[in-house]
Ligand binder design. Structure first.
Ligand code: C2O
Ligand code: CU
Length: 487
């Protein structure tokens, strides 16, 4: 184990000593990358696309032998669901876990009752069948549990999967789109082990919860991928509970960033790095020459300095992630086009409300998550501007349920190219004010709230989360005490 510990130095003064983790060049890359099965569901008599997901306990080798893990329809992680814009989808969820769970559709616009938040828990042995119409652009979304106070532990054990949305503008582009061939899911997570078992305990004083010293991709330790095409699309998900990554390649090759959380960008951003905090996604296209290898790596992200004067959150670590191995002969794939899709800009003049949210010390605006408190009501279908800021310097990010937002400004300046498209989660460097703009869904329901929170899952579980409801204009929020047995 390369991580150091914390030492008590003198009365009342804590010193944090943590060796920098650097796995550069140390991985064998001897395990073929697992590709989660693609699930396209079945069309029922009403033309609904129906998926089946069973959450259960299994055994999976995350490095060093089989250990207890949790998964959907399998031992670890879950299948990749795929559906098209305009379709009504229904997901039959069967909870075979020993604990209550929920399934949250991260990045999806949908009624609060279908959103899988903490108010809609599914008990052990019980089932649920959320159903909604998909009405948003092609994107790489994901799903994961969201039970009150237990999200970090359930995600860490393995409950997560991708949900791909397709649409016509996306399908019309000459981008790699053969799942598992040139369109590859890359779910990146850090793990730590104790005595051959998954160790879900928080790193002492890490400030962010679990920081593992091993990386798995799609649940595969030390993974390689055989590449058979000149260009390959990687759909990256930071599926870690706390760690942020600054992804690039070991040889610093450029790649085209083509999409972010909620869809494709208007034009590709050619770059050498993309940083993802927990919950964020990026789609990139990288080119390989015949017979070469390219190593996806995470470089130390700039996370800002926290109150102790040290950088926490895995911010100093350099980690090898995945080796791409090109075949001797590669099937041709077209260049990434210079224009991708139209991303209509939301207009701040349309905003009917502006809110200010400060994240710090397990709170948002000084308040800790309370299942029975609705923080505010948003008019269904309206546009709002939220000003969000990391007020305490610990690594935080910010996620809003139901919407894909746009970043209007970062510290008063326009968004950088990687934040110019649709987002649902954004990293918040210390002290920098972010202005986000979003149009909320038109599904009023004063009684079931949506969440907004830090997606460092320990912070979320510790209370850095709030609740809003969607209401008809002029209506007020319901009384949650009357509705506690949703969960
Ligand atoms: Cu990905 Cu409220 O979560
Ligand atoms: Cu946080």
């Amino acid at each position: 184990v390369l991580l150091g510990g914390a030492a008590l130095a003198g009365a009342g003064a804590w010193t944090w000593q943590r060796a920098v983790l650097d796995t550069t060049g140390q991985l064998a890359f001897d395990q073929p990358l697992a590709i989660p099965p693609l699930l396209e569901g079945e069309l029922d008599d009403d033309g609904h696309r129906v998926f089946d997901l069973a959450a259960g306990v299994g055994q999976h080798d995350l490095g060093g032998g089989p250990m207890e893990t949790w998964g959907y329809n399998g031992d670890y992680l879950g299948p990749t669901l795929r559906a098209s814009r305009g379709e009504q989808v229904t997901v039959n969820i069967d909870n075979q876990l020993p604990d209550p769970t929920t399934v949250h559709w991260h990045g999806m616009g949908l009624p609060a009752a279908m959103d899988g938040g903490p108010h809609t828990a599914i008990g052990p042995g019980e089932s649920a069948a959320p159903s909604w119409r998909i009405d948003q652009p092609a994107a790489t979304l994901w799903y994961h549990p969201h039970p009150h106070g237990e999200t970090e532990q359930q995600v860490y054990r393995g409950l997560a999967g991708l949900f791909l949305i397709e649409d016509e503008p996306g399908a019309a582009l000459p981008l790699p789109d053969e799942y598992g061939v040139d369109d590859i899911p890359v779910v990146v997570q850090d793990k730590q082990f104790d005595d051959g078992e998954l160790d879900a305990s928080a790193n002492f004083l890490s400030g962010v919860g679990i920081l593992g010293d091993s990386i798995v991709v799609n649940g595969t330790p030390s993974p390689y991928l055989d590449v058979t095409t000149e260009r390959v699309r990687l759909r990256l998900l930071n599926g870690s509970t706390a760690r942020s990554y600054d992804f690039g390649f070991a040889d610093d090759r450029r790649f085209a960033l083509i999409g972010t959380d909620g869809g494709l960008l208007s034009e590709p951003h050619h770059t050498t790095r993309v940083m993802l905090s927990p919950g964020e996604r990026a789609e990139l296209v990288v080119e390989l020459a015949p017979a070469e290898t390219a190593t996806l790596r995470s470089y130390p992200p700039e996370l800002g300095v926290n109150a102790y004067g040290s950088r926490f959150g895995g911010g100093d670590d350099t980690l090898d992630i995945l080796q791409l191995r090109a075949a001797d002969q590669l099937a041709p794939r077209p260049e990434v086009p210079t224009d991708l899709v139209e991303v209509p800009r939301l207009d701040p003049a349309e905003a009917v409300a502006t809110r200010s949210l400060q994240l710090g010390g397990s709170h948002i605006n000084g308040q800790r998550m309370d299942m029975s408190r609705i923080d505010f009501a948003v008019t269904a279908g309206s546009v709002e501007v939220w000003r969000v800021q990391n007020a305490d310097g610990t690594p935080h990010n910010f996620h809003i349920h139901d919407v894909q937002f746009q970043v209007l400004s970062v510290g008063g300046a326009g968004p950088p190219p990687e934040l110019a498209g649709w987002k649902d989660t954004v990293y918040l460097p210390a002290g920098v004010s972010f202005e986000l703009i979003a149009r909320f869904s038109d599904y009023p329901d004063p009684d079931i709230p949506y969440m907004f929170h830090c997606h460092l899952l320990r912070h979320e579980d510790d209370g850095m989360m709030g609740q809003f409801v969607l209401v008809e204009e002029g209506q007020s929020a319901g009384d949650l005490d009357q509705h506690e047995d949703h969960g």
